[in-house]
Design a protein around this ligand. Structure first.
Ligand code: BTN
Length: 238
């Protein structure tokens, strides 16, 4: 996996979208500064030089893989790496990493279609050495440095992540249940009261688990609901 290092870019995901034809399968784009980092819900991702922001390009054999499990695979990989530094790391379906109910890392998967699926982009944002955050998110986020009082080398952590990613990528076609089992084992939401959003409104229920397809199984007053995409929050005890 080749690492392309950029001083500054709008978004590493966008850079791959714009250049995917000249980039290779498993190239990694890393930057110090993202000026327009993309997030999943509010559509922006806060980062600065203390953060680790990168994206990985997948171009080969896409038809052979269970790509819907890519977010969980990446969550598993990040969990494995962060667990070396903190024992409290949890996965939050579909693709976030939390510690003590605060977000440590987020994943944004994007696809490129031109008549057919040409490529997938796995974007990862990690609060690494950050000690300050904007006031609107300060209560919801944490960093590896805040958790462990250590300063991390961006490139060392990235190398650890891509090594484990490379080692586990074939699980997508060979043993997807291993990914699901791992994520369920460390899943922040299992057996917890949650709110979830469907097309129209917000509901309450209890999270049961991540099912064999990577969807979220929820108990809403005895009715089993399968949630295919995000918008789930744990209801905190007052
Ligand atoms: C989320 O909202 O939780 C997903 C955040 C993903 C952020 C990363 S940072 C690197 C890559 N480039 C982007 O523009 N976004 C992703």
């Amino acid at each position: 996996m080749n690492i392309i290092q950029l001083e500054s870019v709008d978004s590493t995901n966008q850079y791959i979208k714009d250049h995917f034809k000249s980039l290779n399968h498993l190239d990694v784009v890393l930057t110090k500064i993202q000026t327009k980092g993309k997030g999943r819900h509010i559509n922006q991702w806060f980062s600065n030089q203390d953060s680790l922001t990168f994206s990985i390009l997948l171009k080969d054999n896409l038809e052979q893989k269970n790509l819907s499990l890519l977010p969980l695979l990446m969550a598993m990989v990040l969990h494995k790496v962060f667990s070396q530094y903190s024992e409290e790391v949890e996965i939050k379906w579909p693709n976030d990493i939390y510690v003590r109910n605060k977000k440590l890392s987020g994943i944004l998967i994007e696809s490129i279609y031109q008549n057919k699926l040409e490529a997938m982009i796995i974007g990862v944002g990690i609060n690494l050495n950050n000690l300050d955050f904007p006031s609107d998110i300060i209560d919801q986020v944490t960093s590896l440095k805040q958790l462990t009082n250590r300063t991390y080398s961006h490139i060392d952590l990235l190398n650890q992540i891509i090594k484990i990613f490379d080692k586990n990528l074939d699980l997508l076609k060979e043993d997807k249940q291993a990914i699901i089992d791992y994520c369920n084992h460390y899943h922040l939401l299992n057996n917890q009261p949650i709110t979830y959003k469907d097309k129209e409104s917000i509901h309450q229920g209890k999270c049961i688990k991540i099912n064999k397809d990577g969807n979220l199984l929820i108990d809403n007053n005895g009715e089993l609901i399968t949630l295919i995409s995000g918008g789930v929050h744990k209801i905190r005890n007052k």
